[in-house]
Design a protein around this ligand. Structure first.
Ligand code: ATP
Ligand code: MG
Length: 352
């Protein structure tokens, strides 16, 4: 299955735009602020129903749009052509503006998860992803949550349940006046949270084991440690006094941490000691993991989306990237035209 065409209306800076992609490599070249990243985001949105930069979905619509916009992708599978379309309708203007999304496969309206089930998966590479390593533990949890949610709807559901119930539990601890009454209320939330947390912890652990089984990129070896913070009866009773004093929940997977090391003779913590290029390579390792996971879960190769494909990479690592992307459909953006072997890649270039 390959993505052939992307058609946009009122998406980010594009009023109307249609682009066609090659079956293997497409390199989008354009000056700064032309809309390269926006095009990649549109592909990501068309495949997943979510972008990768917005803090509110309404930001995906062109600023001056009053009514609606759309993202349509055309896929080709053997002789079959399939159209997947998401319509974004703007509700209310000004401060309260928001969007409602409708999903269509051909002409048939679908629920979001049904729409996604039928589609290709994408693995996204952006320069900002280095923050998965340099950012807070929350950034890492967010990364693993998003990844696992794509393949496991149950994970997403249980995580949402957990987060909602955690807020309710915190309210009980925060507002309590009568300790006995609060403890009675907590019995329900503790059982509920333990159940949801155990699934989240289990699935995170399984994925971390999977990553450690595929630990190498070229000659470099990585290891990831899952520092889990379990929510169970034993721990709840251990921290009961602390929780009543602090008036909030102090344990659970919302405090999980993940630590990646480069096995460079000794174990080196990449978050703290990795050089910029070592950190980039670590991200590449995580992404190779996503690709492998996609193959195992769906039987299909994912499409690869690379924003600023060569940023901060030296020649050796650029070669490595070219090796990784062989045999995949790839959509990449770059401003660094001069580093491309242009003559060889003539057919792959899409100027905007
Ligand atoms: P660079 O080379 O700097 O990475 P780019 O080609 O990737 O640039 P984009 O990030 O795609 O550029 O953004 C293109 C333009 O779209 C920017 O000027 C940005 O401010 C603008 N833009 C972003 N969101 C919207 C929106 N909702 N409506 C209109 N314009 C937008
Ligand atoms: Mg960009």
């Amino acid at each position: 299955m390959v993505i052939k065409k992307l058609r946009l209306t009122n998406f980010r800076n594009f009023k109307e735009k249609t682009v066609e992609f090659n079956n293997n490599l497409t390199i989008i070249i354009g000056e700064n602020a032309k809309g390269k990243t926006n095009l990649l985001e549109a592909v990501h949105f068309g495949l997943n129903g979510v972008g990768f930069r917005e803090s509110k979905e309404v930001e995906l619509l062109k600023f001056d749009t009053k009514s609606h916009g759309s993202v349509e992708i055309e896929l080709v599978n053997g002789k079959n052509k399939l159209s997947f379309k998401i319509i974004l309708v703007k509700k209310e203007l000004g401060e309260n503006a928001r969007v409602e999304k409708s999903f269509f496969v051909g002409r048939t309206k679908k629920r979001q998860f049904q729409y996604r089930e039928e589609l290709l998966r994408a693995v996204l590479f952006t320069p900002q992803q280095i923050e998965i390593l340099t950012g807070s533990p929350e950034r890492r949890r967010d990364y693993f949550n998003k990844h696992l949610s794509i393949y496991d709807f149950e994970y997403k559901k249980r995580l949402d349940n957990y987060e909602k119930a955690l807020r309710r539990r915190n309210k009980v601890l925060e507002k309590h006046e009568d300790r006995k009454k609060a403890e009675e209320e907590l019995v329900f939330w503790d059982t509920y949270l333990e159940n949801e947390a155990s699934y989240v912890t289990l699935k995170r652990g399984e994925y971390i084991n999977f990553l450690n089984k595929n630990s190498k990129v070229n000659s470099k070896e990585f290891h990831i440690e899952y520092l889990k913070n379990e929510f169970n009866k034993k721990r709840i009773s251990e921290v009961r006094e602390i929780e009543f004093a602090a008036r909030r929940t102090v344990i659970g997977p919302q405090k999980d941490e993940f630590q990646i090391s480069l096995m460079d003779g000794a174990e080196k913590n990449v978050h703290r000691f990795g050089s910029r290029s070592e950190q980039r390579l670590t991200i590449l390792w995580l992404k190779l993991g996503e690709m492998q996971y996609c193959r195992e879960k769906t039987g299909n190769d994912p499409i690869l989306l690379f924003d600023d494909i060569f940023s901060e990479l030296d020649v050796k690592n650029r070669k490595l990237i070219f090796k990784v992307i062989e045999n995949h459909q790839v959509i990449a953006t770059t401003t660094e035209e001069e580093v491309l072997p242009i003559a060889k890649l003539q057919k792959s270039i899409l100027r905007i």
